[in-house]
Design a protein around this ligand. Structure first.
Ligand code: OAD
Length: 230
């Protein structure tokens, strides 16, 4: 039996935009309304953990009310024909809910909490809020299972390995502004074609990238046609 072609889809906030989740850097995006350092950095957590809990509790509550869109569903459907791994910067669970089965969350997951001192101790919390004063079994404050600025990205080596082995890489809805995630593109094999879906111009010098300048739902429909002819 012939091995399935390996595809890695590197996704960002743009793939969830049409589900109603705000991106970070577009106009009207989350980082226009909030100071990144205050709500998404380890210093922010040390300075004002209550504000951080509130911020992620709100985002978790919002997540409960939204649904995966056609772009998430197409990626899940492509598993019928390809060995597809999703490497996502998103902390939502819309890839899971659309049915993708191999997902690496580079920046953590909203529906999980963890110990503040032991990143290995992680618990599913669903959509419920983390209350101020809640503790992990080691006695440290329970915190969102999110990778904040100033912290290591534990999934990086697994993600880099997946991309290095991919026959094709898809990049969907990310401004490629945040490292080390954006640097993953460099791990793609020289012969592996890279497709990028984004309504805005994204530059990534040094690699030839086939760009589909559309929103994720429209662009993924076009990509599906291209891929099913492969
Ligand atoms: P950004 O907000 O930086 O970029 C979102 C991208 O999505 C932009 O390139 C938009 O043009 C594009 N976009 C907007 N609407 C779209 C649509 N309907 N379809 C497709 N694309 C669309 O978000 P990310 O690149 O994901 O990390 O940001 C990376 C990281 O920065 C996040 O994971 C988060 C943030 O700080 C942490 O908080 C740790």
């Amino acid at each position: 039996m012939k091995a399935l072609k390996k595809i890695v889809a590197l996704t960002g906030a743009g793939i969830s935009a049409e589900s109603g989740i705000m991106t970070f850097r577009d106009s009207g995006g989350l980082w226009e309304k909030h100071e990144v350092r205050e709500v998404a950095s380890i210093e922010g957590w040390r300075k004002n953990p209550q504000l951080m809990l509130r911020f992620y509790n709100e985002r978790r509550k919002q997540l409960e009310g939204v649904e995966p869109n056609a772009a998430h569903h197409i990626l899940a459907e492509l598993e019928k024909k390809f060995d597809l791994t999703v490497v996502t910067q998103n902390v939502d669970n819309l890839h899971e809910r659309a049915g993708s089965s191999k997902i690496l969350h580079l920046h953590g997951e909203l529906t999980k909490a963890r110990s503040s001192t032991n990143p290995e101790w992680v618990v599913d919390i669903g959509y419920r809020p983390i209350e101020w004063g809640e503790k992990a079994p080691d006695g440290s404050p329970l915190r969102p299972h999110i990778v904040w600025f100033g912290e290591a990205v534990p999934m990086m080596s697994q993600a880099a390995e997946a991309i290095a082995l991919a026959d094709m890489v898809l990049i969907i809805g990310t401004s490629l502004n945040v490292y080390p995630a954006a640097g993953l593109v460099e791990y793609a094999a020289p012969q592996a074609p890279i497709y990028l879906v984004d309504p805005n111009e994204i530059s990534y010098p040094g690699r030839e990238i086939i760009t589909i300048r559309e929103k994720a739902t429209v662009g993924m429909e076009q990509l599906k046609k291209i891929l099913t002819e492969c």
